[in-house]
Design a binder for this molecule. Structure first.
Ligand code: ZN
Ligand code: ZN
Length: 385
């Protein structure tokens, strides 16, 4: 080894554990991958191939039609006359990303054909294809709409996605199903939280009202607190699961089409629209969190036989003050505890700002000797052990 080349040392074990516990390090939750790293590449390859052979061939693939056609022409034969087969797409039956393919015997006297779609139907009674619904779901998951899907398909040389009307139908369908799953999952999370409390105290039964420490967090569609859509969540500190969610919206596209909201026509129309009106918040985006917290606390006993107590604050105490004022649990006062993670974050930010402000000012750096690494006049935050 050349003299000037340093030997690379691996990270000491205690440092690895510290990093893992800090939830920041790349070692966190990577145990499975570490185990995998221990096995050789060839053994992993054999494992994957065996798994592949054992598994049913399911799912979708993207395939060049020329390759598929040439393979079919070369290696398949007609079930009637053993002649060569030819594959073609039927353009008139294209449905979004689902194509209709035609296998045709090349023997003119036989003319045996087989027609099939490249995707399954969502359900046996449905007219929608799985692949088209999956595209809509995928786009919703990454926060994009139909135009993005269209661009993606164009770049991939795929057929275009379904048109605007069926696209909205798929979206509506996904929304309905998601709501059902969400309600079920929240209910299960609530039950798990309650069961945990019952296991800690033998005097408790499923009907008992238990205290469960939670933290409240709000999130908005856009940053900058000008968003018209937001939601507030309750997260249990015992299980780490989301217990309840409340969606809030300060605009309804249907209602905003009406200019005069006092006319009898509007009032008549509103009666039929009320059940599906999206507007459920009157106020600023910032007030959504306090309003949502109030709604969530008020329905906790009815929904889960749970009192959200203590309240773990995230540094912003407005939601807590509101809940305190509401007294959702009568005389039982809600306790507040501060989240150490948020204190760390806020204090760290403020200290870093101080250092940036006094950069180059040596006397201040000397005064902040505890926080600033010695011998570095420009300073940076360091951990004090
Ligand atoms: Zn044939
Ligand atoms: Zn409305």
């Amino acid at each position: 080894m050349p003299k000037n080349k340093k030997r690379k040392r691996s990270m000491p074990d205690d440092a690895k554990h510290h990093l893992k516990a800090s939830m920041k390090g790349s070692w966190y939750n990577q145990e499975d991958k570490q185990d995998q790293r221990g096995t050789s590449v060839s053994s992993r390859k054999i494992q994957t191939e065996t798994e592949y052979l054992q598994e049913e061939n399911r799912g979708n693939i993207i395939m060049d039609l020329d390759i598929l056609n040439s393979q079919i022409g070369e290696h398949t034969c007609c079930s009637k006359c053993y002649g060569k087969m030819n594959l073609s797409v039927i353009p008139s039956k294209q449905n979004g990303l689902c194509s209709s393919l035609l296998l045709k015997c090349q023997n003119v006297q036989c003319n045996h054909t087989s027609e099939f779609f490249t995707s399954k139907l969502c359900t046996s009674s449905s007219h929608s294809f799985e692949v088209n619904r999956s595209v809509v779901l995928g786009m919703r998951l990454i926060g994009k709409g139909r135009n993005a899907a269209s661009k993606f398909c164009a770049a991939m040389n795929l057929p275009q996605p379904v048109s605007a009307t069926p696209y909205s139908d798929h979206t509506r369908h996904i929304t309905e199903k998601t709501k059902i799953v969400l309600l079920q999952e929240l209910l299960n999370a609530g039950k798990r939280g309650h069961t945990l409390k019952e296991s800690e105290d033998e005097n408790l039964c499923p009907e008992s009202v238990v205290d469960c420490g939670v933290t409240i967090d709000g999130s908005w569609l856009n940053r900058g607190l000008s968003s018209r859509h937001g939601f507030v969540t309750v997260i249990s500190i015992d299980t780490g699961e989301v217990l309840d969610v409340h969606y809030m919206c300060s605009v309804c596209p249907e209602c905003s089409k009406w200019e005069d909201k006092t006319s009898p026509e509007y009032l008549e129309w509103f009666l039929s629209h009320e059940s599906e009106c999206m507007l459920n918040h009157d106020g600023s985006a910032q007030s959504m969190e306090t309003e949502g917290a109030s709604i969530l606390f008020n329905r906790s006993v009815q929904k889960y036989n749970m009192r959200y107590n203590p309240f773990i604050g995230d540094g912003d105490s407005k939601a807590f003050l509101r809940v305190l004022r509401d007294k959702p649990y009568g005389d039982i006062e809600i306790q507040k505890e501060e989240c150490v993670g948020h204190i760390q974050k806020r204090m760290g930010t403020r200290l870093r700002n101080l250092i940036t402000k006094y950069k180059g000012n040596f006397s201040v750096n000397q005064a902040m000797g505890l926080l600033v690494k010695s011998g570095r006049p420009n300073g940076s935050l360091m951990t004090i052990k």
